[in-house]
Design a protein around this ligand. Structure first.
Ligand code: ZN
Length: 87
């Protein structure tokens, strides 16, 4: 688990998670979502293509653990993102 292409930093350099208190401007095309890593608790900014619905696997930039990331489009056309652990 967590092994792969390996551009991630080594574990142990985990920064202090920052509370999600800052409103983030969202562009007209890509949507930026903030989600909390289910492993290390770091807040990640996820830039989503509005067409990229579905379930995919993405590694945390902080702790390198793989998320199962589920992207769904709501009725209003915005995206909702769920991060789940894979273990
Ligand atoms: Zn993480």
């Amino acid at each position: 688990m967590g092994t792969g292409t390996g551009t991630c930093p080594t574990p142990g350099q985990v920064p202090v998670p920052v509370p999600n208190s800052v409103a983030y401007p969202v562009g007209m095309d890509d949507e930026i979502h903030r989600a909390q890593c289910p492993y290390c608790g770091a807040w990640e900014e996820l830039i989503l293509d509005p067409e990229s619905e579905g379930t995919m696997v993405q590694d945390c930039e902080v702790c390198c653990e793989p998320w199962e990331m589920t992207v769904k489009k709501t009725r209003s056309g915005t995206l909702s993102v769920t991060l789940a652990r894979m273990d």
